[in-house]
Design a protein around this ligand. Structure first.
Ligand SMILES: [Ca+2]
Ligand SMILES: [Ca+2]
Length: 270
């Protein structure tokens, strides 16, 4: 016979979840000492149970973000007669800890901001934190403390996970700027992620479309630079071939036969 038990374990730390399953025999009180315990359905081998103690322990780290509950079957056999057994389902509720930092989600490489600054124009930045509300919750965007960054850029929260990034001044020279900021969760202490986001700033036409392409990101080849490299390589190869042909032409063997005779100095008979 069993008392049903429910245990809770904290995620992220192994070897910390302990609970004892209490089994007893109805035959005699003495038989309590002879119960043998085992687990069924612990498919991921997260737990172990003391064969005689019934103590349930984690044997590897649990991840609430993967499974918030874990159910297995605990079986007890009478120590003297294994045909006498009972079982119960034990559900472990995994508590959340702050083991995930917020991340920026989405592709911003094709987006841009117009200069001079357009009212209401902003990049909508999205973030995510895999922890529950207590350790994720409202995600705070914060610009780096660099005075130039704070002069040029502005972050305006929209909701718990989204924030507007916009120009804080009327005009920025068209270019690709790196905007450094941090996203922090609402836990205590919070976890943070530092981001250097490339942002394209360009002049725009009346429809708000980017009119002049900003400089390519550092390290990314342009079409012109690619063509330049290709033509330069072909030029070098051409010069090498010309030098080889010229040298070969100078190394030709002297002509033979008639031609050779004509090169002999003439004899003069007196
Ligand atoms: Ca978190
Ligand atoms: Ca967590």
């Amino acid at each position: 016979m069993w008392k049903n038990s429910t245990h809770k374990a904290e995620q992220y730390s192994s070897y910390t979840c302990r609970g004892t399953i209490h089994g007893y025999s109805t035959r005699t009180e003495q038989n309590v000492l002879f119960c043998r315990y085992s687990l069924r359905g612990d498919t991921k081998k997260y737990f172990s149970i003391g064969k005689y103690s019934g103590e349930l322990k984690t044997v590897q780290a649990l991840d609430r973000e993967e499974n918030s509950t874990y159910t297995m079957e605990v079986v007890a056999e009478d120590g003297r007669n294994s045909s006498l057994s009972a079982s119960t389902l034990v559900t472990v509720h995994i508590l959340d800890v702050n083991d995930n930092s917020p991340v920026l989600v989405g592709d911003y490489s094709w987006k841009y901001l117009c200069t001079p600054h357009w009212e209401e124009q902003a990049l909508v930045l999205a973030s995510r934190d895999s922890d529950g509300p207590q350790h994720g919750g409202r995600l705070n965007f914060s610009l780096s403390s660099d005075p130039t960054v704070r002069r040029n850029w502005k972050l305006t929260p929209i909701n718990d996970t989204h924030t507007n990034l916009s120009l804080n001044i009327d005009y920025l020279t068209p270019d690709v700027y790196t905007v450094p900021f941090t996203i922090s969760d609402s836990s205590s202490p919070p976890r943070s992620t530092f981001i250097n986001l490339p942002v394209t700033v360009c002049t725009c036409n009346v429809r708000g479309n980017c009119r002049t392409a900003a400089k390519q990101l550092a390290g990314m080849p342009t079409i012109q630079s690619t063509l330049g490299v290709l033509l330069g390589t072909l030029g070098v190869i051409g010069i090498i071939l010309i030098v080889i042909f010229v040298r070969l032409s100078y190394q030709k063997p002297p002509p033979t036969g008639k031609a050779n005779q004509e090169t002999m100095p003439l004899r003069v008979s007196l």
